[in-house]
Design a protein around this ligand. Sequence first.
Ligand SMILES: Cc1cc2nc3c(=O)[nH]c(=O)nc-3n(C[C@H](O)[C@H](O)[C@H](O)COP(=O)(O)OP(=O)(O)OC[C@H]3O[C@@H](n4cnc5c(N)ncnc54)[C@H](O)[C@@H]3O)c2cc1C
Length: 401
Amino acid sequence: MSLDLRTGRSVWLNQDNPSHHPPLTRDISTNVVVIGAGISGALVAHALTDLGVETLLVDRRDVGAGSTAASTAILSYEPDCHLYDLIESFGVEAGVRIFQSGVEALLLLEELTKTLDDDCNFGKTSSMYFASCRADAKPLRAEYHARKRHHFDTEYIEETEVGRLFSFAAPCALLNPHTANVDPVRLTRSLVRCAQKKGLQVFANTSIKKYDREGNQSILTSDRNHTLRARHVVFATGYESQQFLMQSTVRLTSTYALATEPLIDFTGWYERMTIWESARPYLYLRVTADNRLVAGGEDEDFVDEQKRDALLAQKKHTLERRLKQMFPAIAIRVATAWTGTFAESEDTLPYIGMHKKYPGAYFALGYGGNGITFSAIASRIISDLILKKENTDAALFGFTR
Ligand SMILES: Cc1cc2nc3c(=O)[nH]c(=O)nc-3n(C[C@H](O)[C@H](O)[C@H](O)COP(=O)(O)OP(=O)(O)OC[C@H]3O[C@@H](n4cnc5c(N)ncnc54)[C@H](O)[C@@H]3O)c2cc1C
């Protein structure tokens, strides 16, 4: 059974150039099968192919047509929880390492896009994380001190400075100079295209229905009853993975996003920074390479697709109204809006690695608001595990953490 992952045309699909991959029509044996050709599967398949590992990628949809096409694609190392919370939950060493692995993942994505056949509109930027209310100022200050103490590049600004740089008010904010943006569909397709040149086999419109393990081989059965045999399998099946795992620590929600027509003037928006806030669920904004404002938020705590889609017009209106309040001098005209399913784990971290229910398989589940950064972390960990190389980060993001 599949989930309806998204509705409405996201800004990346407005410039769509569909990729064409055949369905699976025969049985194949290979070394690694990656199920799921979103950004997670593309990163894992690209990393493995690059390391000379014979790999096959299969998806029930097209490449990049799942949640990845709905993403607003802000690349950030800051997970949806504070560094001091991570330190409290996991200890100093692990908490700091979780943050640091995000910084490294961002660098990995930056270096990787330089090697691809498309720049994917990857662009570095800064971000501003503001306190949504007075009560959030104290935790933000604590977060600033935690980041400073552990040498993460950050700046704290007071209310007056927020008011000088932006046309909206906030009690205080943190500035982070290391954030980036990308076109997630172009990135996914480019990764797959480049890996194909190095031997990656790709099949679309093929659903994997069954997973069996015999000896040291996994056997996957497709919806047309063809089999894929492999030593290793990677589930990069996004939010639909819950149908295999049914984790009680994962919450599926509904989320909303919009993109405007290209903006000419950015009055009241300092350096076109990526912006997000301390409220939960939070509002977040970025600018695209062609100067569109992309905003997301307004999450609802349910996953019923009909109910989710019925709210799209109202949510678009709410997001638009909020943007106009924040930037009264900017002429905002919404071009497109969309909605999608979203998943977050209890501790806001991804699940990466082996699961006892599926011997021989690895999961790359980048849950949360910076899922793409987590997917990059997953590509590193999973390729190391498959190549039997030590990776000390594996324990931080594993199912038994
Ligand atoms: C509105 C929205 C905004 C977001 N904004 C951001 C953001 O700003 N920054 C960020 O980092 N993250 C963001 N995220 C999260 C990010 O988009 C996701 O973490 C990421 O796209 C997940 O990629 P994926 O490859 O794991 O999943 P997907 O893109 O969904 O890919 C999984 C693929 O698996 C395939 N599949 C599933 N089951 C099977 C099966 N049985 N057989 C064959 N194929 C199968 C699906 O067809 C799908 O193509 C956002 C998400 C949403 C919805």
